[in-house]
Design a protein around this ligand. Structure first.
Ligand code: SAH
Ligand code: SF4
Length: 392
């Protein structure tokens, strides 16, 4: 019998589980705090739980971390972890420190089925959905490893963005309990405004998220017209721009922020002309297909990878494009590229497929040769740091 992974449960689910064991809800709350606030893995350490409960838990449950394959630290402080999710698949999480916040970029799937032209995850195809426990394990590990590294008992991660590998709204059932654990005061206590789901535009799931767990929403727009968006973000053929913008309008009724963030990846000669910037203004303005959509634009310089055949827009072009949007009254930012030296930038997660396959093969080989168990790194605490400043 495989042990139950307690990272799969939000607080309500943990309470239901504890009830099955004959325990009251407040015990579940205590247990939840041990797991998420203190980063505990060992039931023996949970001193305020009765010994009988600790024994019961130890015999049937566990707090299951994701094995860490590697950890890379960028010169700018960005940290990228590669986690083994089995079957030769790996996912990544990236910590981005800033003066006033610490952001963790979290993955929701191994691979992605949407297949956007400019995204290396999309080129990889879809392997599988992550479980709630695997989504939460990324935050659980990162938060407690960072506290140990920075020698602090204070919270390090203040923001989570679901912008790693995968389309979070195509893994909805696992996503929602993970979001609830992030938001729970007994869990990570993150504000709804500081947890962002980024989506390529799965319209029906935007509506469900609004009802089930409204958090900040980022929508990957990337094109002002349907024909171009059909090419770049194939899910547009199913949910075209007008429907997407209408879903954004509805979402705003429940959203913790009064705007939608539109992400826009700047591709040289493809979607970066002044004329296209003006089309965007028209699209989200009063006379647009869904009326005025309160929004901000976040321009992302494309992070190239060989198979894409696409090029990054020049810095001057990005600035000029941003200026058209700003002059049209839209708050527009250009995303700073972080962790460039460790391939931690958007759309580069998990590097090249080949690399990962090799990494998995090497790992399996090394394990066999040395008869080693998988490298399970316990949080708090970290694996060795490989500060490989790859030059690209
Ligand atoms: N699947 C979700 C979330 C993960 S991708 C989504 O598409 O929104 C997070 C962001 O990175 C998206 O806005 C995506 O369009 C962008 N992105 C993907 N590949 C990129 C690349 N090569 N360069 C720059 N941004 C990229
Ligand atoms: Fe999937 Fe997002 Fe990449 Fe598109 S950009 S392929 S939706 S991860």
């Amino acid at each position: 019998m495989t042990a139950v992974n307690l990272l799969d449960f939000d607080l309500d689910a943990l309470a239901a589980y504890c009830e099955q064991l004959g325990e009251k809800r407040f015990r579940a709350t205590q247990l939840f705090r041990w797991i998420h606030q203190k980063g505990a893995r060992d039931f023996a350490q949970m001193s305020d739980l009765a010994k009988s409960l600790r024994d019961k838990l130890a015999s049937r449950a566990e707090i299951r971390p994701l094995p860490v394959i590697s950890e890379h630290v960028s010169a700018d402080g960005t940290i990228k972890w590669l986690f083994d999710v089995g079957g030769g698949n790996a996912v990544e999480s990236v910590f981005i420190p800033e003066d006033d916040r610490g952001t963790l970029c979290v993955s929701s799937q191994a691979g992605c089925a949407v297949g956007c032209r400019f995204c290396s995850t999309g080129h990889q195809g879809f392997s599988r959905n992550l479980s709630t426990g695997e989504i939460v394990a990324q935050l659980w590990f990162a938060e407690h490893a960072l506290r140990a590294r920075f020698k602090t008992a204070e919270r390090v991660i203040s923001n989570v963005v679901m912008m790693g590998m995968g389309e979070p709204l195509q893994n909805y059932a696992a996503l929602v309990p993970a979001l609830r654990t992030m938001l729970d005061d007994h869990g990570y206590g993150l504000s709804r405004r500081r947890v962002t789901v980024s989506t390529s535009g799965v319209v029906p799931m935007i509506d469900r998220l609004r009802k089930d767990c409204p958090v900040a929403l980022a929508v990957s727009l990337h094109a002002p017209t349907d024909p171009l968006r059909d090419e770049l973000v194939p899910i547009n053929r199913k949910y075209p721009i007008k429907e997407l913008l209408e879903a954004c309008q509805r979402y705003l009724e429940a959203a913790p922020r009064d705007f939608i963030t539109f992400e826009y990846c700047m591709l040289d000669g493809v979607n970066d002309s002044d004329a296209q910037a003006r089309e965007l203004l028209a699209l989200v303005g009063e006379r647009g297909p869904a009326g005025r959509v309160p929004c901000k634009f976040n321009l992302i310089p494309f992070n190239p990878f060989p198979a894409s055949g696409l090029k990054r827009s020049g810095a001057a072009r990005v600035q000029a494009f941003a200026q058209v949007l700003i002059d049209g009254g839209l708050v527009t930012t250009v995303r700073k590229t972080r962790g460039d030296d460790i391939d931690a930038a958007c759309g580069q997660l998990a590097g090249e497929v080949q690399d990962r396959t090799n990494a998995a093969t090497r790992m399996a080989g090394a394990r066999q040769r040395a008869k080693m168990v998988p490298i399970a790194v316990q949080a708090p605490g970290g694996s060795d740091i490989h500060n490989e400043g790859t030059s690209r």
